[in-house]
Write a protein that binds this ligand. Structure first.
Ligand code: NAP
Length: 295
């Protein structure tokens, strides 16, 4: 059994990008600039945005954090997004979700210039992804592809079962695993809460990607020997033995499922760390496209 070590791979990616940024600087070129918009004071969102901004600083990108109050109106946020769209110094930006309830998330995501949409959430980029064109792939699915590639996990001709159909993980993952090429060329089954016989499907799966947010959902009796397991789930479970009062748990019963797996991601330290690394990679791509468009 091989652990798919997201921490190690994400550090490698960050080192590679740091090197590329240093070379850009040495050539006197503008370095990539990522902006992050945070509306409100949600604790988890503050943590996520903070990590993204710090990661930018560490690898030599420019970064801007745009903080807006919880009471921000939809109109005010749309105005801010238009400013970021027009700001030539910014190569890419993200709007941290969830947004306060007075704001229509769909409207906001549609307002982001697709060329600056480094989260890959705009319908144009999602469509480009489905059509196998170059685009910004949403960071979490992109991170999973990168891990499969770097560990040379065979995906061609395999049966991949994805559990969860969210727009940011499950659904794009199901599209990407069925694309032509590597990683891809899988036969994909996309399952969700209305699927009646998940165990029958997972027992046939060569690769299982869990993105449902139900701790320990995937048990050892649901998988076959040699399965590849990618656990996207991140749930805070109360734990009095920890100083912070909780521990992070994935969707997989790691202790028992890992005994039957050929490859498996741990939680924490698997898919999670890859997400920020891939956001940085998308920002690098945005910079390259921005530069090419102006040449
Ligand atoms: P989401 O929007 O909450 O969607 C969950 C999906 O799981 C839905 O499609 C739902 O089905 C399905 N589901 C729920 N219970 C189920 C069950 N008992 N059996 C089968 N399917 C079930 O989730 P998300 O945003 O994709 O996040 C999923 C998990 O990944 C969460 O724990 C989240 O924290 C984590 N996550 C991690 C990262 C990372 O960087 N590692 C990034 C994003 C998310 P329906 O569609 O029928 O409701």
């Amino acid at each position: 059994m091989t652990i798919l070590d997201g921490k190690k791979v994400s550090n490698q990616i960050k080192e590679e990008i740091t090197q590329q940024v240093a070379e850009m600087k040495a050539r006197g070129e503008k370095v990539p600039h990522l902006a992050a918009v945070l509306v409100g004071n949600d604790g988890a969102s503050l943590t996520y945005v903070g990590s993204k901004v710090r990661a930018c600083e560490r690898i030599g990108f420019e970064s801007t954090l745009v903080k807006m109050p919880e009471t921000t109106s939809e109109e005010e946020l749309l105005k801010k997004i238009e400013e970021l769209n027009q700001n030539d110094d910014i190569d890419g930006f993200i709007v941290q979700l969830p947004l306060p309830k007075q704001i229509d998330t769909q409207k906001v995501l549609l307002a982001v210039d697709p060329d600056k949409d480094v989260d890959g959430f705009h319908p144009m980029n999602f469509g480009r992804m489905a059509l196998e064109m170059e685009t910004f792939i949403p960071a979490t699915p992109f991170g999973i592809l990168e891990m499969l590639e770097r560990y040379e996990v065979e995906t061609s001709g395999k049966h991949t079962v994805v559990i969860g159909r969210s727009h940011i993980v499950g659904r794009p993952m199901s599209i990407l695993m069925g694309r032509k090429g590597f990683p891809g060329n899988s036969t994909v089954t996309l399952t969700h809460s209305r699927t009646k016989n998940i165990k029958e499907m997972t027992l046939q799966a060569d690769i299982i990607i869990t993105a449902l947010g139900v701790p320990g959902f995937l048990k050892a009796d649901m998988v076959k020997e040699g399965v590849v397991v990618i656990d996207v789930g991140i749930t805070r479970v109360p734990d009095v033995t920890r100083d912070r009062g909780y521990r992070i748990t994935g969707d997989v019963d790691f202790e028992n499922v890992s005994k039957k797996s050929s490859f498996i991601t741990p939680v924490p330290g698997g898919v999670g760390p890859m997400t920020i690394a891939m956001l940085l990679k998308n920002t690098l791509l945005a910079r390259a496209r921005h530069k090419a468009a102006k040449a």
